[in-house]
Design a protein around this ligand. Structure first.
Ligand code: URA
Length: 240
């Protein structure tokens, strides 16, 4: 960890909990710096020199953790839901280190979610400047004509601007629905759903199958596993 950080960041980066939790623990006087209780979450810490304790125990920087989760529909990707719906944290209950989802998936979207406490890698994977490809399989209502597929490929106009060119493949379909594979290099809010609506259809089912070259493979919905060292190495170099 770099030398200078706010106390709140030091606590959350140590893998104990979210930034919000870190703030509440600091306010609850559970954190000491060089033996003194510090109640200000924005207090600057030099982690190389200052001694930080949580509940009387020296703060340990936990190892980096990288999980690949197959999110089922009906689960949200935030830590707590005021409405009490299940969250992805219910799926990874046994994992002791606090990890955050890399990007969001909607309640009704299933598929590949990476969760980690490596904020640098998370930033690399989500920042659109890095163009890391996210692959989705989307079932859309009705027939999607070739002209719409061309539009999706070239970019459609959304209320927050035109979408980048995308790779779009028709995987199948009947009269009632069409299945497409869409590869995006940006990750705007509800982007696939809005793109499909922009060409006059609606999403029936949406699943993310791949981030960069990492695929969900045979992992069953609701299951998770650690990323392998080879996958991690590939992810670190990822760029489309
Ligand atoms: N696009 C969407 O519309 N929803 C998601 O969850 C992910 C991508």
């Amino acid at each position: 960890m770099g030398a200078q950080k706010t106390l709140e960041r030091v606590i959350s980066k140590a893998g104990l909990g979210s930034r919000t939790q870190a703030r509440s623990w600091i306010h609850a006087k559970r954190v000491r710096v060089n033996g003194q209780v510090v109640e200000n979450p924005d207090h600057w810490i030099d982690f190389d020199r200052d001694r930080v304790e949580f509940d009387g125990k020296p703060l340990r920087i936990r190892e980096k953790v990288y999980l690949l989760v197959n999110k089922p529909t009906g689960y949200i990707t935030t830590f707590k839901d005021p409405e009490g719906r299940p969250t992805v944290y219910d799926l990874i209950g046994a994992v002791e280190t606090f990890v955050s989802p890399v990007g969001r998936l909607d309640l009704d979207t299933s598929g590949l979610l990476i969760m980690t406490n490596d904020t640098q890698l998370a930033e690399r994977l989500t920042n659109p400047d890095h163009h890391v490809a996210k692959t989705y399989v989307v079932e859309c209502g009705g027939v999607i004509p070739e002209e719409s597929i061309r539009l999706l490929r070239n970019g459609v106009e959304l209320n927050d601007g035109p979408t980048r060119p995308a790779a779009v493949k028709r995987l199948g379909g009947s009269g009632a629905s069409t299945t497409l594979e869409i590869v995006l290099t940006e990750g705007r809010n509800r982007q696939v759903r809005r793109m499909i609506e922009a060409v006059g259809s609606k999403v029936v089912a949406l699943t993310r199958t791949q981030i960069g070259s990492i695929a969900i493979g045979q992992l069953a919905p609701g299951e998770w596993r650690p990323l392998t060292p080879v996958e991690l190495d590939r992810l670190r170099r990822e760029r489309s």
